[in-house]
Write a protein that binds this ligand. Structure first.
Ligand SMILES: [Fe+2]
Length: 249
């Protein structure tokens, strides 16, 4: 009994230190109330932000979806919700950007330069469709890079249509993208096939950034489970993620 509690205490400290000292800033989550499929209301937002503090994060750049036909968020909507949240929290920094769904509407936003980048930087968090690949995915990247933006491709491991062509991930890097791992993929939350690709990309040093992509408390609980998964934690702790260098406090 004693050793059970002792192990749990050590495990909790392990993921806390990883987030608190090594990662510092989460760059992907859905914590603003009522504007996407993440937190539905302020009470939930505050609860989730409290959980992030307990996990060890010092700073959050939360990223509501912008996908015109489903989540028609604008920089003004996002900044308004961010201010409401900021007025009610202490002890952790919170900023907001967006997770852009790459489609024709996105190209229009890009042409109008009506975008909200990560912490006012040149980095844009972008997601591709889950079901089928965009035929012109390379052109979409060129559209961003020629305007001086660096696309951060959200959770590349989740695009199953690329699993049989892992050279695509290197191609994305060569085109100037950064790749962002969803930590939940390493825990196994999205399935064994996605975990396998995530571990492959980690072992081949293809990721640049890590994010939680937390939408709700079930995600937080699964992230906590990683503390007890020593093989996966070893991989994460020994990897050189750029969160702190690019977006730290
Ligand atoms: Fe997301």
């Amino acid at each position: 009994m004693f050793s059970f509690f002792k192990r749990n205490k050590t495990d909790k400290l392990r993921i806390f230190d990883f987030f608190n000292q090594t990662i510092v800033t989460d760059i992907h989550s859905h914590l603003l109330p009522g504007i996407d499929d993440g937190s539905p209301d302020m009470e939930t937002s505050l609860m989730l932000i409290g959980e992030f503090q307990e996990l060890g994060f010092q700073k959050l750049i939360t990223t509501p979806h912008i996908r015109m036909e489903v989540y028609p968020n604008t920089p003004n909507i996002i900044k308004g919700k961010l201010s409401e949240v900021q007025s009610q929290i202490n002890g952790i920094q919170i900023d907001a950007s967006a997770e852009y769904y790459i489609d024709d509407n996105y190209t229009q936003l890009l042409e109008e330069d009506h975008l909200i980048s990560l912490a006012g930087s040149k980095y844009l968090l972008a997601e591709y469709p889950m079901i089928a690949p965009l035929l012109n995915y390379e052109e979409r990247i060129f559209e961003m890079t020629k305007r001086g933006y660096t696309p951060v491709i959200a959770h590349p491991e989740r695009y199953r249509y690329w699993h049989q062509n892992p050279e695509v991930f290197e191609r994305l890097k060569n085109l100037g993208c950064l790749l962002q791992l969803n930590i939940l993929a390493v825990e196994g939350y999205y399935g064994a096939d996605i975990k396998k690709i995530a571990l492959h990309l980690l072992k081949n040093n293809l990721y640049d950034l890590i994010g939680t992509d937390v939408h709700h408390d079930r995600h937080i609980q699964r992230i906590k489970k990683l503390s007890g998964m020593s093989k996966e934690m070893n991989l994460l702790e020994n990897y050189s993620f750029q969160n702190k260098a690019l977006f730290g406090i």
